[in-house]
Design a protein around this ligand. Structure first.
Ligand SMILES: Nc1ncnc2c1ncn2[C@@H]1O[C@H](COP(=O)(O)OP(=O)(O)OP(=O)(O)O)[C@@H](O)[C@H]1O
Length: 265
């Protein structure tokens, strides 16, 4: 299906990075879960790795504008989110799959995706075709009119991904999108990620190092609220040449990086 490109999309963007954070601080409750993070991300698929509690979900919540940072700077698509009064326009250009997302169980997949398209203020006439396209892209065509409460965990997550991409977001944030997907679906999802990252900034938080190596153009590793590594997947793999634990070179690279970080911390 061919999508019409708007005039604004043909303009040069006027900013260097889709996501640009400097000394970013974000609280989760009373705890400063993101603390002094520097991060610049452009077009591509960026894998976000880090141990439990590193601050990944808190960072994703800040990037999605669900929570406001309480220190440092954060620009999204050129908008300074700490200073901007009204984030409505920016939000229409974001897509977000939270780690735990709420939904109305009686909605069908189509109802849900259409509803999220409406919330993102998509033009009414484009909603049905954009919804169908998003559902097709996540492989739920045959379940489009099934109620959400009847779906398996993996299917539900795919419906969540469909709502996140329905507006062709310029920044797409996916928090643990492959949880519950079967192996075949995970491989298909990697293809979708590569496709989405060709012309937008996709940030994928995950614990699956192999997904990052297979589908991401670069990797960011967080620990204790800040970024401790940013590079291409092969850089991460190389870090495992002389140590680290894990079943694959990338896992060994990741664990060796964290061991070094803990040793130096
Ligand atoms: N509502 C909250 N109140 C207090 N502390 C919180 C809250 N939410 C998160 N935290 C703490 O903030 C830190 C970062 O949590 P966050 O969920 O962002 O990490 P994460 O990297 O996504 O972890 P995981 O991989 O386990 O999902 C953790 O120490 C967590 O206990």
């Amino acid at each position: 299906m061919i999508r019409a490109v708007s005039d604004s999309e043909l303009q040069p963007p006027g900013y260097a990075w889709s996501v640009d954070a400097a000394g970013l601080q974000v609280r989760a409750g009373k705890h400063r879960a993101v603390d002094g993070l520097d991060l610049s991300l452009g077009t591509g698929v960026h894998g976000l790795l880090g141990p439990n509690g590193a601050g990944k979900t808190t960072l994703m919540r800040a990037l999605s504008t669900v929570v406001k940072p309480d220190g440092g700077a954060l620009r999204l698509l050129g908008t300074d989110v700490r200073r901007a009064g009204d984030l409505r326009q920016l939000r229409t250009r974001l897509g977000y799959l939270p780690q735990h997302f709420g939904f109305y169980p009686k909605f069908t997949v189509r109802d849900y995706v259409e509803y999220m398209a409406w919330l993102r203020e998509m033009p009414k006439r484009s909603v049905p075709s954009a919804t169908q396209r998003a559902i097709d892209r996540v492989g739920l065509t045959g379940r489009a009119d099934s109620r959400l409460k009847s779906l398996s965990g993996g299917m539900l997550r795919r419906a969540g991904i469909a709502q996140a991409i329905v507006n062709d977001p310029a920044v797409l944030l996916l928090d643990e999108p492959t949880v519950g997907l079967d192996p075949e679906q995970r491989v298909e999802f990697r293809g979708l990620l590569r496709d989405l990252g060709a012309d937008s900034c996709v940030v994928v938080s995950t614990h699956l190092v192999e997904d990052v190596v297979a589908a991401c153009t670069d990797v960011v590793v967080m620990a204790a609220g800040s970024s401790v590594f940013q590079g291409v997947p092969s850089d991460l793999v190389r870090l495992g040449d002389h140590g680290g634990i894990g079943d694959s070179p990338a896992e060994r690279g990741y664990s060796s990086l964290l061991q070094r970080h803990r040793g130096g911390a």
